[in-house]
Write a protein that binds this ligand. Structure first.
Ligand code: SF4
Length: 290
């Protein structure tokens, strides 16, 4: 049940008439020497941490260690409850949740790095929001996490999920692609549609640089998690309506990696370029480290 890219994954799904999550569970059993129940139990642990980090994030008032973020998720959620939300309730909740989880990460709380700490808000926020909206069970969401894991695995094998290597497109982009694929399969889409959603998600933010202010995973990272969750939801919506990706998923991953490798080192997590290097960015850096 091993697959190296999206093409092989789709072949496995078609040949065995299975969903992506089913292939992933079988692969995990084979790789870890655990049975299905044990593998699912392990994913349940990640699911619980994600759920708790979303709840904690939406109630957080604490400032981050660097002092750049804290309380934004709660602020957005409160506004959406009090007045008409510009983006609608579902999107507001998703954005607030993603930002909140980033606050938990930046205050040294427990999060699931899926695939990295800098992008840890996107997958939990996407899935918890969809769970609540459509009343999915814990079991459904755990299956969706296996779908998401397939995308993360393929990107890791063929490109990178590290901002230091491929820019923010690789880091938050992968988390968003994992999320959109998971949502599509959860909502009844086919494996091909799930990969199409992941491809569209990457295309939507291709070229995004990594430029954390003061080198801290706080800003602009937190807001990029908000954009990331929106990107996932928008991509899933397009695909579920029958919109396809013109470029196949594997080719998009290859292109993303090439773009990432082509970025100058100043724009790959060194905090020497982008917004980290603006007048205000430099001033903040100086005040934090003095
Ligand atoms: S800007 Fe860099 S550190 Fe921040 S989320 Fe993006 S990739 Fe991660």
């Amino acid at each position: 049940m091993e697959f190296k890219d999206g093409k092989e994954l789709l072949e496995l799904c078609e040949k065995n008439n299975k969903k992506i999550y089913e292939i992933c569970i079988e692969r995990e059993c084979f790789k870890s020497n655990l049975n299905k129940d044990e593998v699912i139990k392990k994913m349940q642990v990640s699911f619980n941490i994600m759920k708790e980090s979303v709840e904690a994030g939406l109630n957080n008032d604490k400032k981050s260690l660097g002092g750049l973020i804290g309380g934004e998720g709660k602020k957005i959620l409160n506004r959406s409850k009090e007045t008409k939300s510009v983006c609608g309730q579902l999107m507001s909740k998703a954005i607030a949740s993603a930002m909140g989880v980033m606050e938990i990460n930046a205050t040294m709380g427990l999060v699931v790095a899926a695939p990295t700490a800098g992008s840890c808000g996107i997958l939990p926020a996407s899935l918890m929001t969809i769970k609540e909206e459509f009343d999915f069970s814990d079991e459904d969401i755990i299956n969706a996490l296996f779908t998401a894991s397939a995308i993360g695995l393929i990107v890791t094998k063929n490109a990178t999920v590290a901002g230091a290597e491929g820019g923010c497109q690789a880091e938050t982009g992968t988390a968003s692609a994992m999320s959109s694929a998971a949502i599509v399969e959860l909502m009844g889409g086919s494996p091909k549609q799930a990969l199409d959603a992941a491809a569209i998600t990457f295309k939507n933010i291709m070229g995004l640089v990594c430029d954390p202010i003061a080198g801290l995973v706080e800003a602009p990272c937190q807001k990029r998690n908000a954009i990331g969750v929106s990107n996932a939801l928008i991509s899933a919506e397009m695909v579920l309506a029958g919109v396809n990706s013109i470029i196949p998923f594997d080719e998009v991953v290859e292109a993303m990696y090439k773009v990432g490798r082509g970025l100058p080192y100043e724009l790959r997590e060194t905090a020497l370029g982008g917004v980290a290097c603006t007048k205000t960015g430099c001033k903040i850096t100086k005040s934090i480290f003095s």
